[in-house]
Structures are given as structure tokens and as C-alpha cells.
Design a protein around this ligand. Sequence first.
Ligand code: KIV
Length: 272
Amino acid sequence: MSTAKKQYKRITVKSLIEMKKEGEKISMLTAYDYSMAKIVDDAGVDAILVGDSASNTMAGHETTLPITLDQMIYHASSVIRAVQRALVVVDLPFGSYQSDPKEALRSAIRIMKESGAHAVKLEGGIEIKDSVKRILNAGIPVMGHLGLTPQSIYKFGTYTVRAREEQEAEKLMEDALMLEKLGCFALVLEKIPAELTAKVSQALRIPTIGIGAGAAADGQVLVIHDLLGMTHEFNPRFLRRYMNLYEEMNVAIGQYVSDVKNKDFPNESEQY
Ligand code: KIV
């Protein structure tokens, strides 16, 4: 049974900030389609991320780079149609905001207007300051994303833990403070040392949402396919699997195949 607190009828960016103030942890999960978003929302998750991880989970790409703005809008619209309570945040995909702030704003407006989403998320710190500012000035809530930023995978070369070195940790703290000052309502911290997450979370008024960033974050986010055990070949240390759905689906589908082959399905009561 869900233990999520249900006192918020509809989660807004302000509710998340309030939760941090009251010491209530924030739960966030990804969803990319109507059916999954309905289950996630009904289970009481506070925020849903239409992540560009759809590029991996839904389209089978190796990285998040290939997914387009049109594809993100398609996923976000499907999710929005299902959700009644959670705050829906949508990733601006690679190539839709890096070249200049006007393009970033145009992309964010398209997401808000065409999908009905509630907020956007961008990866990066000082490098994207002007874009974040411009989007915020248009009244669009922005979630930041620091640490491991998968859209820069070819710059990093690996998906290992970020900001272990002092210099990178200092830059991350500066970027976090800057994003809060600009007006971001929350910050994803991906794959950084738990101690650094604690420092950043203490320094900020806005909530931090961690993935592989330890227990001190104000909330946690996971990719729904990982949590459900649909991606059984992905096994990072930070991942807690709540199901082995790959295995369960494999058995169920195998049973269906055998029932069809054996002429066991459909039976008398399953036909007209
Ligand atoms: O796209 C995504 O799923 C994300 C999470 C890993 C935070 O950005």
C-alpha cells in the first residue's frame, strides 16, 4: 500500500518547495506514455519526469542524444492526458536549447503549449544561464540538472560518478546556487557523492532530487523501467528494483504463445 502523503490535491512547484521546508521527501519517477503515467500518478508519486531517457527506454537508442523535440512533445502529451495529481516536468532534449537562449525559449514554449506540461528541465550550469533566465522570464518553471548530465556523455566519456574532485564539486555548488538565484524551483543531482548532495541540499532553499546521489537529497527520482525491472541488463549500485517485470512478462507472454500454439486459447467462454 502507498504511504505517500495525499494532502496535496494537485502538486505544484510551490508544493515541492513546501515539502522541503516541512522535511517531507519528494518522490519522482519517469513516465513516457498514457498507461504508465496513469499507474504512476494513481500510486501517489509527487512528480513525473518525461525524461529524455525515453530515447533509451522507449526508442532503444544507446544515448539520450537522438530524441527530438517533436518526440518529447508526443510523450509529454500522452503523460499529461493521464495525470491528475503529479507535477509533470519535461526534459528539453539535446539540441533544443544549447545554441542560443531564444531557441531555448522557443523549445520550452512548444513543450508547454503543445503538451500541456507544467515545467521543463535543462541539463547544465553556468553554460546555460542565459537560456534558463529567458525561459523563467516567460513564466515557465525550470528544474535544473547537475552532476552526471547524460546529454554530455561524449564529453565525459563514461557514466561514472561525477564531482569526486574538489574543483568539480566546487563548480557544482556554484552552479546550484546560481540556478536557485535565477529562480529554478528544483534541481536534479545525478550520480554525485552523497556528502556533496548533503552540502548542496543544505545550502539551497529549493529541493534537490537525487538519482544515485545518496539519501540527503530532498527527493529521489528513478527511471520507471529500472524500478520495475524491465531493463534487466542495467545494474548500477544506486538502483533498487521493486519488481522483476522482465521475467514476469517473459513468462506471461511465453504462456500466451504456448496457449495459442496448443489451441488452448481462446476457449469456449472466451469467444462469441
Ligand atoms: O531523462 C531522465 O530520465 C533523467 C533522469 C535520469 C533524472 O533525466
